[in-house]
Design a binder for this molecule. Structure first.
Ligand code: GLU
Length: 474
């Protein structure tokens, strides 16, 4: 049991933008740190010079900031730490925990080929494990290149994963793995252990795809006499077809969800539910509620399935909870000119009327356009169904005349006019409601017609009804 204040980290490789899986890992680390008054650190694993790009680092940081996952100390960049890694490699060799391997590429390839032919898994032969010091010196003198391998000791490597439970690996299954390549560059399993120790990481929380690396990293910890942190591996995220979530399933980047107009709190809420639940019926959480209720013990081993529909529902719930002013402010952060020329009170009323019908900020923009512009055309399917002959035109004209006579333009008087007309014609109110809606909005569904009409105003309603009466039926 680790009683120190936890220090956790998110350690992305900047080889792409922040995707949902990475964001979920970052979130669980952040929640753990915030819940236990610890620190959440960010380490950029940019040792792969070819694939790492500054623009991805920027994008990852921007996405984390947008999600509200703020980190506590300066970012650690692995690319700046070669001196530390080299000194550790030297130390390991000096202490007899690692050795130089002069095996040529060709020799290793041949070993690999033989293993393949024999149908056995490849295992380094250990040819350089016990080289005589004189041979080593001769090789060095000759300028022969070498990699550095760790001596994997006999026995077992064991750890208690906070999610997967006890994991025990027979060291026989792991060969003396390379910690520095022939060009001197250190490998992942070394630098992660060195950095986690150097940064005082107490809990390593990361995707379950790293479970197989953990035993190797623990060997590095042991070889260096470092205290071993706790480990928690998070379940995989699958697409609806139960295959690992990938681009094939649609948008996987955090930035894409931002662009689609999701609120960051909604995405955070949904990500938290990918592998965790509070054990109650509650599904909608603010970030503060998540901090309060999060527990690593309630993270499941079972893979989580990404469900876009559920995300949309969660998102809609977050929008309902926001005030119209807050929603407008959020839209203006990415579209500062949105409905700028409209009266602000009118825009707020429109948002108020529509906010329980939309699932994202973009939805809000798209689904409210009818309040700002006359429809250019009419949904063909709805028109064919609801405005299918000239008798409707007659009705609409009558209705329009009644509307012109309304003095106090409110939902009540509009509704009275409509119902009186229906009654006098002995038809259902729907016979007038549906074509009216189509004429006013261009589509077959929307908020309450009378609320919509009150908001649009008398003049606009009459103008739009007249126009539709000229164009419909199709
Ligand atoms: N850089 C690794 C990755 O992006 C994560 C390493 C770790 O968390 O230990 O998968």
């Amino acid at each position: 049991m680790n009683l120190k204040k936890p220090r956790v980290r998110f350690a992305p490789s900047p080889t792409g933008q922040l995707h949902l899986g990475g964001a979920r890992t970052a979130l669980f680390n952040w929640l753990y740190a915030r819940k236990h008054c610890g620190k959440f650190l960010l380490r950029i694993e940019d040792t792969d010079k070819l694939r790492s790009k500054q623009e991805f680092t920027n994008q990852i940081c921007e996405s984390l900031r947008w999600l509200g996952l703020d980190w506590d100390e300066d970012i650690v960049f692995q690319s700046t730490r070669n001196e530390l890694y080299n000194s550790v490699i030297e130390k390991l060799m000096k202490n007899g925990k690692a050795y130089r391997c002069f095996c040529s590429k060709e020799r290793l390839a041949e070993e690999r080929k033989q293993a393949e032919i024999a149908g056995s898994g490849y295992f380094y032969s250990g040819a350089c494990r016990n080289l005589d010091e004189k041979v080593v010196q001769k090789n060095l003198k000759n300028g022969n290149s070498f990699s550095v391998r760790i001596y994997v000791p006999e026995g077992y490597t064991e750890f208690d994963d906070k999610i997967y439970g006890n994991i025990r690996v027979n060291n026989k299954e792991i060969d003396d793995f390379i910690i520095a390549r022939t060009d001197g560059s250190p490998v992942y399993n070394l630098v992660v252990a060195v950095d986690d120790n150097d940064m005082g990481i107490t809990h390593v929380i990361r995707g379950e795809d790293h479970i197989s690396n953990t035993a190797k990293q623990i060997m590095v910890y042991k070889a260096l006499n470092y205290p071993i942190p706790e480990f928690a591996h998070l379940p995989m995220i699958l697409g609806p077809d139960k295959k690992r979530l990938s681009k094939r399933h649609g948008a996987t980047g955090v930035q894409e969800y931002k662009d689609q107009g999701y609120l960051s709190d909604a995405l955070v809420n949904y990500l938290a539910l990918l592998g965790w639940n509070p054990g109650t019926e509650q599904e909608i959480f603010s970030p503060d509620e998540l901090i309060e209720q999060f527990s690593i013990g309630r993270v499941q081993k079972k893979s989580a399935v990404f469900d876009e529909k559920k995300l949309q529902w969660v998102s809609g719930q977050h929008i309902i909870k926001k005030s119209a002013n807050e929603i407008l402010d959020n839209i203006l952060t990415y579209d500062p000119n949105w409905q700028k020329s409209e009266d602000n009170d009118y825009v707020i009323k429109v948002i108020e009327l529509m906010k329980d019908r939309v699932r994202s900020l973009r939805d809000m923009q798209n689904m409210t356009s009818m309040f700002f512009k006359d429809p250019k055309d009419y949904d063909v399917k709805a028109a064919k169904k609801k405005w299918n002959d000239n008798s409707i035109n007659e009705l609409i004209e009558k209705f329009n005349n009644l509307l012109e006579n309304i003095e106090l333009w409110d939902t009540e008087n509009i509704e009275i006019a409509l119902r009186n007309l229906a009654e006098s014609k002995n038809i259902s109110a729907g016979k007038i409601i549906h074509p009216t809606r189509l004429a006013l909005s261009g589509i077959g569904s929307g908020p309450s017609l009378f609320d919509m009409m009150q908001l649009l105003g008398k003049e606009t309603c009459i103008r739009r009804l007249r126009k539709a009466n000229k164009i419909l039926p199709y």
